[in-house]
Design a protein around this ligand. Structure first.
Ligand code: IMP
Ligand code: MG
Length: 179
C-alpha cells in the first residue's frame, strides 16, 4: 500500500488502511447479524460509491439477505451539487421487509434525506442505514446512520469506492486530500 497517491491535479495521503477497513467491517457485520438474523433483510446499495463497501459487507454477513442497487448522483469534483438525481431507481421487492440502505459516505446528508421517503413509499417494515463513512462536521440534513464504519473529519477522501471526478474508486485503502 502506498502512503501518498496523486489523482489528476490533487495529492492524497493514506488515511485508513485496508486492514483497518476489513477489521471494522467484521465488527459491523457482527452487529448487523445480531439485529437481523432470521429476518432476511433487503440491502439497497447506493451506486456508484457504496459498491466496494457493500460487496465486502454482504460477504461478511452470515445470514439470508437480498440486495439491489440504486444510482443517485449529486457530486461533481470536490463539492456536492445540491441536486440529487435518480439514475437507476427502486424496485418493490422489499415490501413488508426490513431494509438496510448501504452508502459510501454521509456528507451533508442531502442524498439520503431525499432518498428515504422514496424507500418508505414502498412500505418496508423498517429502514436502517449502514454507511462506510460519516463526516459529522459537514452534516446539514437530519440523517443518522445506524451502522457507521468510520467517522472522519470534514475533508475530501478517495478510495475504497469513493471517487475524485470518477477516479480512485479502485484504491483498496482510503486516502484524504493533502493540505
Ligand atoms: P451528501 O448528499 O452530501 O451526504 O453526499 C453524498 C454523496 O457525496 C456520497 O454518497 C458520495 O458519493 C459523495 N461524497 C461526499 N463526500 C465525499 C468525499 O469526501 N469524497 C468522495 N465523494 C464524496
Ligand atoms: Mg455515494
Amino acid at each position: 500500500m502506498v502512503r501518498e497517491t496523486n489523482i489528476a491535479d490533487k495529492k492524497f495521503v493514506l488515511h485508513i488502511s485496508r486492514e483497518q477497513i476489513a477489521a471494522r467491517i467484521e465488527e459491523l457485520a457482527g452487529s448487523i447479524c445480531a439485529q437481523y438474523k432470521d429476518k432476511t433483510p433487503h440491502f439497497i446499495v447506493v451506486l456508484n460509491g457504496a459498491a466496494v463497501f457493500a460487496v465486502d459487507l454482504i460477504k461478511a454477513l452470515e445470514m439470508q439477505l437480498t440486495v439491489s442497487f440504486v444510482r443517485l448522483s449529486s457530486y461533481h469534483g470536490l463539492a456536492s451539487s445540491g441536486h440529487v438525481k435518480t439514475i437507476i431507481g427502486l424496485d418493490d421487492s422489499f415490501v413488508g421487509r426490513p431494509v438496510i440502505i448501504v452508502e459510501d459516505i454521509i456528507d451533508t446528508g442531502k442524498t439520503l434525506y431525499d432518498f428515504l421517503p422514496e424507500v418508505w413509499d414502498k412500505n418496508p417494515s423498517s429502514v436502517n442505514i449502514a454507511t462506510f463513512l460519516t463526516k459529522p462536521g459537514a452534516l446539514k440534513y437530519a440523517v443518522a446512520a445506524d451502522y457507521t464504519a468510520f467517522e472522519i473529519e470534514n475533508k475530501f477522501v478517495v478510495g475504497y469506492g469513493l471517487d475524485y471526478n470518477e477516479l480512485g474508486r479502485n484504491l483498496p485503502d482510503l486516502y484524504m486530500l493533502a493540505e
